[in-house]
Write a protein that binds this ligand. Structure first.
Ligand SMILES: [Zn+2]
Length: 265
């Protein structure tokens, strides 16, 4: 296992350095990616490392896709392109914890749990990056009220379909690598990713901390907007966007375990 952890450290360092150089990661995010990558690949093995890499590479590519069209709504999101430590842990933190448990207490349930978290963060990033390009106005997941594009808790049929497909592809990759239960693992990834993504929207519509910017009179996830501090509008103080992503990934993982126990175990 020591050799694998050293190899994981070197490969993760290479990927983190490349991502930093490309402007996808802030310095703190690169350090976080090095730790998360080393743990997931080191304790989970090649196939877990590949799932993490699939999430990371697809998200980085999609964040640059149709960049200009997305810029108008981008200011509404909490942070820019350069992912920081909080965002890296929000997306990969649960997976890293699961990988450590997998390394010390082997069980067939760690794979679907890990798969569900990776499916969720992939589904959620894809839906955010592509869903904002949808022509139709999103609706709040709680009340169905039509809300502006980029509003926390807003969902659209297109974004929801993208979530399912993002999770499905992560599940398909897991199935192809294990050469076992390929269809089941694809479905588990799709449902896990969709459930986690909907959990993210639900928390976004209910308890996530939302601020109001007095300068542009808009709701935002940022504590700083238009060059000025914003005022808390609703939600819990500790429930920022990173916390919402982290908790949703665990929800997606739990759902994946449930579907796994119905389809496979
Ligand atoms: Zn503003």
């Amino acid at each position: 296992m020591i050799n694998q952890i050293i190899l994981a450290f070197l490969l993760s360092g290479l990927v983190a350095a490349l991502a930093y150089w490309r402007g996808s990661l802030a310095p703190s995010g690169a350090a976080g990616a090095l730790v998360v990558g080393t743990i997931i690949f080191g304790f989970g093995g090649w196939s877990w490392g590949v799932l993490l890499a699939l999430f990371f590479i697809s998200s980085s590519l999609l964040s640059h896709y149709k960049e200009r069209e997305k810029q108008a709504v981008a200011e509404k999101f909490d942070k820019g392109h350069r992912r920081d430590l909080g965002q890296v842990l929000a997306n990969g933190g649960a997976g890293a914890i699961i990988a450590v448990f997998h390394g010390f207490f082997p069980s067939p349930l760690w794979l679907p749990l890990f798969l569900g978290t990776m499916a969720t963060v992939t589904a959620d990033t894809w839906a955010t990056e592509l869903g904002t390009l949808s022509q139709r106005q999103p609706r709040l997941i709680t009340t169905g009220q039509v809300v502006p594009v980029g509003t926390s808790g807003g969902i659209s049929p297109f974004g929801t379909a993208v979530s399912f497909i993002g999770g499905l592809l992560i599940g398909l990759a897991a199935g192809l690598m294990s050469q076992n239960n390929i269809v089941a693992l694809s479905i588990i990834g799709g449902i896990g990713g969709l459930a986690g993504s909907l959990c993210d929207s639900f928390l976004g519509a209910t308890v996530q901390q939302i601020f109001h910017c007095a300068v542009c009179d808009k709701e935002t996830e940022k504590s700083f907007h238009c060059g000025q501090p914003t005022r808390p509008l609703r939600g819990w103080g500790w429930m920022n966007n990173d916390m919402v992503n982290f908790l949703s990934s665990i929800f997606g993982g739990g759902t994946a375990v449930l579907v796994y126990s119905l389809l496979v175990a």
